[in-house]
Ligand binder design. Structure first.
Ligand code: ZN
Length: 559
């Protein structure tokens, strides 16, 4: 039996198959699911283990096994006969049992994305790989001399001479011209594939496969735009003042190369505070372990299976993986005792507790987070704590004076960071939407129109270079970027609900979640246990009383 949820005054019975006789279509689906899970479950486990081995050791043999197993699973889900069967079941409207109906949706989508004709898929994969390679090997140049990415980053971080900054920024965009024609070709191939499957374009299809409706995402992004417009303008004017003084120019003369980051997606280092000193003599692993134990979401079992420190051949980044949906959850990190890795391990363990505390009695296909945006949001929720002054004070044993020192800049920094990212995410979301709707339009103009509108940057005069194409995500992770932003909003919505409803506090000032077992219990019962039993936005509404909204993100970060 599943739990009973109370939604907006209506009592909705939990999903159960008990007591109902299955009709013919339902029986057919049930048998299909049994056979399908029997095939893919062991393969997915082997694939995850190969992935783990590849990333922890760098062993080429493990990488080969990983791509072989990935392909095997794709092959199962590309079977056109099985897809037709699922499609017919879906269109019959006869699958009424909620648990079976939900599995049908998840299965259908996993088959749908693999229905691209083999020839067309081959072209898409090959062109995508080619573009990725060109990105990898391209070097911009300054005054005819090739420069590395790190050199560009360094100049944009610290150079005070505007002419030198401009040259470095221009060099960072040269890759755009080198790849743009291929990216447009790739967009058209993706559109061709989407149209054959009955969608307007690839953007619409990608969102649909992720169970997102363009109108629904537009609505949330529009809300975010409206609510952040004025506060962003204010913060940016302040920032512009500081930057202009640094470069000894007037704010009107500030150009995109004055913002420390080539896309102005990250916070210029003007309010940043060195938090590393506070973590230097601590052990970030045991801090994370102690914190999660305190909210009743213990992570010892995850840490015991994890690979946490740097070693030869190991991937330098971080991730979390659920090997078998039966509790074998692992985290890869390259821990050092600094703020970056404190945030990272809290973030990865946020994914980790979501996977670890899923309800194992849920059918295999639904035993996963509701959406990448919900697990990303959970990870962000916990990751944010590494800069939270109250959390730091208590976890690190800081004095009142030290906490006050951190508070002086941390709020400002968090606001700036979140607002800058939000406005940048809007550029990405609307650009991709328009790009797939009409790849033949003047994309350079479109890009700068959006950058002006959302990021409030000055368009460099007569700029004809396809600067948009220099953003690698457009080629390699299409139509995905908006999920990072939706994840941030989900994190804030949970924060708001837990503070005011679960912990019944009057304000979120000084909230650190340390030792708050009720917070952990709420997350386990309302978010993790729900798994993928409901559409992501239904889960959010059931957990917090409202579908996803930008409101609480704005409340948290706009003061
Ligand atoms: Zn993550």
């Amino acid at each position: 039996m599943r739990s009973v949820y109370i939604v907006m005054g209506l009592v909705v019975m939990g999903l159960t198959t008990q007591g109902f006789a299955l009709n013919e279509k339902e029986t057919q689906l049930k048998d299909f699911i049994t056979a399908h899970v029997e095939k893919v479950k062991p393969l997915e486990k082997q694939m995850n283990l190969a992935w783990w081995e590849a990333y922890t050791t760098g062993d080429p043999g493990a990488y080969d096994r990983l791509s072989e197993l990935t392909l095997q699973i794709r092959r199962i889900r590309s079977d056109p006969t099985e897809f037709t069967l699922l499609k017919n079941l879906k269109e019959s409207g006869q699958v009424k049992d909620p648990l079976l109906a939900r599995q049908l949706v998840v299965l259908y989508n996993s088959y749908l994305e693999n229905q691209i004709e083999p020839d067309l898929l081959k072209q898409i994969v090959e062109l995508g790989t080619q573009i990725e390679k060109n990105f990898g090997s391209f070097r911009g140049n300054i005054d005819g001399k090739k420069v590395t990415d790190n050199e560009i980053v360094d100049i944009l971080k610290s150079e005070t001479d505007s002419a030198k900054r401009q040259k470095a920024w221009v060099a960072s965009k040269q890759v755009g011209a080198a790849v743009a024609p291929d990216v447009v070709r790739l967009v058209k191939l993706r559109n061709q594939a989407a149209r054959k499957l009955g969608f307007d374009n690839f953007h619409t299809m990608s969102l649909a496969i992720g169970e997102q409706d363009v109108k629904e995402v537009d609505k949330v992004f529009n809300e975010l735009y409206e609510l952040t417009n004025k506060p962003f303008a204010k913060l940016k004017a302040e920032l512009d003042g500081i930057l202009a003084r640094k470069y000894a120019i007037s704010p009107k003369e500030l150009m995109p190369w004055h913002y420390h980051d080539r896309f102005f997606q990250e916070t210029p280092l003007v309010y940043d505070l060195d938090l590393d000193a506070y973590y230097k003599d601590k052990d970030v692993k045991s801090l994370a372990e102690r914190f999660y134990a305190g909210i009743d979401l213990p992570v010892e079992a995850i840490l015991a299976k994890s690979d946490l420190y740097e070693k030869e051949g190991k991937n330098p980044h971080a991730f979390c993986t659920d090997i078998d949906r039966e509790g074998d959850v692992r985290v890869l990190c390259n821990l050092k005792n600094d703020e970056y890795w404190m945030e990272t391990i809290l973030h990865e363990l946020g994914h980790g507790v979501y996977d670890k505390y899923l309800d194992y009695s849920t059918p295999y296909l639904l035993r996963q987070p509701a959406h990448t945006l919900t697990t990303e949001g959970m990870a962000m929720f916990f990751g944010r704590l590494s800069r939270n002054p109250a959390w730091m004070q208590q976890m690190l044993g800081l004095s009142k004076a030290q906490r006050a020192e951190i508070e002086k800049v941390s709020d400002k920094y968090a606001q700036l960071k979140q607002l800058i990212f939000a406005r940048w995410a809007m550029v990405m979301y609307y650009f991709e939407k328009e790009l797939y709707a009409n790849p033949d339009q003047d994309l350079t103009k479109l890009w700068w129109d959006l950058v002006e509108k959302y990021q409030m940057l000055h368009r460099p005069p007569s700029r004809a270079n396809p600067d948009w194409a220099a953003k690698i995500h457009i080629s390699t992770s299409p139509c995905y970027y908006h999920n990072y932003m939706l994840g941030e909003m989900f994190a804030s919505q949970l924060h708001h609900y837990i503070v005011y409803n679960v912990l019944a506090l009057k304000s979120d000032k000084g909230v650190s979640y340390i030792g708050q077992k009720a917070a952990g219990e709420f997350l386990r019962d309302k978010v993790f246990h729900a798994g993928d039993l409901y559409l992501w936005n239904t889960m959010i509404e059931q957990a917090t009383g409202e579908p996803l909204t930008a409101k609480y993100f704005v409340q948290q970060f706009v003061k």
